[in-house]
Write a protein that binds this ligand. Structure first.
Ligand SMILES: Cc1cc2nc3c(=O)[nH]c(=O)nc-3n(C[C@H](O)[C@H](O)[C@H](O)COP(=O)(O)O)c2cc1C
Length: 248
């Protein structure tokens, strides 16, 4: 049995890294990150993900543009795209002469959970090498263009990107929602929610105020209200349908 308090320290010291040293990441390190991703648990062992490693500068630049011009995509030494992937399952079903039923939302959940678990294993392993990174949901902004650029086959969907490199910044840790609001014993409890939200509003507003020297003062609640006031990535559903998931 392996016990290691260092693993907990690693997990609990997480912060996203968005600025990197101009230093390449050795291939054997990347191979080991992929190995860590491969050992993530998987729903029904479907292993419905693939990882694409991108070092080519012009591909990174193009992806930066497609992800809403997030400059750290072009700047990081290596960028990864984590793809929900049922292509292998389609191939094997055809080989076995079986039906291939993927029209339920269930499959999208299974695939995106598998992909996310692999991605988090990958990021944690990267941090164990002194690397840092940030996940990039912006990869879904222009999913069809990303699919064309990366030659993604049918039954695949890019779920997230990930910038990886040696950190050239030490950002503060972003405070999380107060524990009592996300952790429930025996049943879901809402009695204290208002005061918990108010507490987190204060904590998060203080954090942003200090981090930005007063340029940004809104807390988590205000940010979330603005975020959910708009529809997001409305063209994604059509793309997912075109990729072979009929979605009833
Ligand atoms: C699936 C996923 C997608 C994300 N997409 C982006 C992104 O496109 N751009 C970005 O700058 N950060 C992105 N992030 C990072 C989050 O903004 C970040 O994790 C969150 O604000 C908490 O900050 P922390 O990771 O530093 O603790 C993403 C995180 C996740 C988990």
């Amino acid at each position: 049995m392996i016990t290691s308090p260092e693993v907990r320290t690693l997990i609990q010291s997480h912060r996203s890294i968005r600025r990197f040293e101009d230093k390449p990441v050795p291939q054997q390190v990347i191979d080991d990150l992929v190995e860590s991703a491969r050992w993530a648990p998987s729903s029904h062992n479907v292993q419905a993900y693939s990882i694409i490693c991108i070092r080519n500068q012009s591909t990174k630049d193009k992806l930066q543009e497609l992800c809403g011009n997030q400059r750290y995509i072009g700047q990081c030494p290596v960028f990864f795209v984590f793809v929900m992937d049922f292509y292998r399952h389609a191939v094997i079903s055809e080989q076995n002469g079986s039906a291939f039923e993927v029209e339920e939302i269930e499959n999208l959940l299974v695939g995106s959970v598998d992909t996310a678990l692999a991605a988090e294993n990958f990021l944690l392993a990267a941090r164990s090498y002194g690397l840092g990174g940030v996940m990039i949901g912006g990869i879904r902004n222009e999913a069809a263009e990303v699919a064309k650029l990366l030659k993604l086959p049918k039954w695949t969907v890019p779920v997230m990107g990930m910038c990886i490199g040696y950190p050239d910044q030490q950002p503060w840790q972003k405070p999380r929602m107060v524990k009592q609001a996300v952790y429930h014993e025996e049943y879901y409890q809402t009695d204290e929610l208002e005061s918990q939200l108010a507490e987190y509003e204060q904590i998060s507003a203080d954090y942003y105020t200090k981090r930005t020297n007063g340029k940004r003062t809104d807390g988590w609640g205000k940010q979330m209200s603005a975020y959910f006031a708009k529809k997001r990535r409305a063209n994604l559903t059509d793309f997912i349908k075109r990729q072979g998931f009929p979605l009833k």
